[in-house]
Design a protein around this ligand. Structure first.
Ligand code: NAD
Ligand code: ZN
Length: 356
């Protein structure tokens, strides 16, 4: 099998991205070798490319990018029972290496020893072939496309965010940011029974997408909008009521502040967006209004429920895909994301399988 090529998208160092032929790996015990089909490009892939680091995760050696992926099982390693060659799967990019206290408590996303694809030093999935832990590859029902399989990753961030926020029947939810993560939060909030979903962004096009996906109110913000003003606009739109839950999906300081101003006393403010390591926040408001601030770090236990929700059509993520490129045009695809064009850009890694 070594004579086959395995084209991979490799980040060598800050700003230096290229395609490289690597050997096809052999699956070890409890692993599968996957023929990767569709991979979404995430903002974090672009951030690593442009900056060479995200916080303490620094690219110190060539890194294969990509963590939103689906594919077909090509070969199974020793001990793998639930998968066989030919199975189509959605891939959960992170898995715990140890059964530590966080895993035992059900929060394997918080395990310091987690493997996470495309976070240094762990290679990602943007290759023609990749090995992965079999238990973190989930069979895709026939009715779901490979692209839907790849979109389960950002969908998972939203499922975890809405769970952390306690979104439920009748919730009023304010989402800050209408990028992939904000829009996924909109879809999940709706599916979890939110009665009103409000969303803000700097881009009218993205707000238009949000409207089409079921947002009740949209707010176009600009550099001159103050956090208090945005909070007041949200309140006015709700006829004087306030959101039970706000979900911050931009990382912008102004949105963090606005989320706190907008959330009702006793409500929950979920922080998903990542940008600067610290921010100025209206702390007094948080204290006297007993607003719970909750962080989100990726997800845990979301793939099975995401698959069920997609199959049942309670959630439809297909309209988020705006661009597709063959793997060979990876750099062009990354440029497209960097320029903020469209919503989700997908790389197609398996030219022998033209299904979406
Ligand atoms: P994105 O860049 O596609 O979307 C961000 C959106 O925020 C854009 O539409 C942008 O116009 C909008 N925005 C930026 N500044 C704004 C402002 N001042 N007011 C209103 N809108 C503003 O990114 P994404 O993929 O949707 O991810 C959103 C955020 O979530 C990013 O910060 C990303 O790093 C983070 N993220 C966190 C996790 C986690 O585990 N916590 C996982 C995935 C992504
Ligand atoms: Zn991501």
């Amino acid at each position: 099998m070594t004579q086959r090529e395995n084209l991979s998208v490799v980040l060598y160092e800050k700003k230096k991205l290229g395609l490289e032929k690597r050997p096809i790996p052999e699956p070890g015990p409890d692993e599968v070798l996957l023929k990767i089909h569709s991979v979404g490009i995430c903002g974090s892939d672009v951030h690593f490319w442009q900056n060479g680091a995200i916080g303490s995760y620094v690219v110190k050696k060539p890194l294969v990018l990509g963590h939103e992926a689906s594919g077909t099982v090509f070969k199974v390693g020793p001990g793998v029972q639930h998968l066989k060659p030919g199975d189509r799967v959605a891939i959960e990019p992170g898995f715990p290496r140890e059964n530590d206290e966080y895993c035992r408590a059900g929060h394997y996303n918080l395990s310091p020893a987690i493997f996470f694809a495309a976070t240094p030093p762990d290679d990602g999935l943007l290759s023609q072939y990749s090995v992965h832990k079999a238990n973190y590859c989930y069979k895709l029902p026939e009715s779901l496309s490979f692209e839907e399989g790849a979109l389960i990753e950002p969908l998972s961030v939203a499922i975890h965010s809405c769970r952390r926020g306690g979104v439920t029947f009748g919730s009023k939810v304010f989402i800050l940011g209408a990028g992939t993560i904000g829009l996924m939060n909109l879809l999940v909030s709706k599916a979890m029974g939110a009665s009103q979903i409000l969303i803000c962004d700097l881009s009218q096009n993205r707000l238009q997408n949000a409207k089409e996906m079921g947002a009740t109110f949209t707010f176009l913000t600009d550099k001159n909008t103050s956090a208090e003003e945005l909070g007041q606009k949200v309140k006015d739109a709700l006829g004087g009521a306030m959101p039970d839950i706000s979900i911050e999906c931009t990382g912008a300081e102004l949105c963090i502040q606005a989320g706190i101003h907008a959330t009702k006393p006793g409500g929950i403010f979920v922080l998903v967006g990542l940008d600067k390591p610290s921010a100025n926040i209206p702390i007094l408001k948080v204290v006297v209004q007993e607003i719970d601030i909750r962080g989100v770090f990726r997800y845990c236990n979301t793939w099975p429920v995401a698959i069920d929700m997609l199959v049942s059509k309670r959630i439809d993520v297909k309209s988020l895909v705006t661009h597709r490129f063959p793997l060979e045009e990876a750099v062009k695809a990354f440029e497209t994301v960097k320029e903020g064009k469209g919503i989700k850009v997908i790389l197609k890694c398996d030219s022998s399988n033209q299904n979406p």
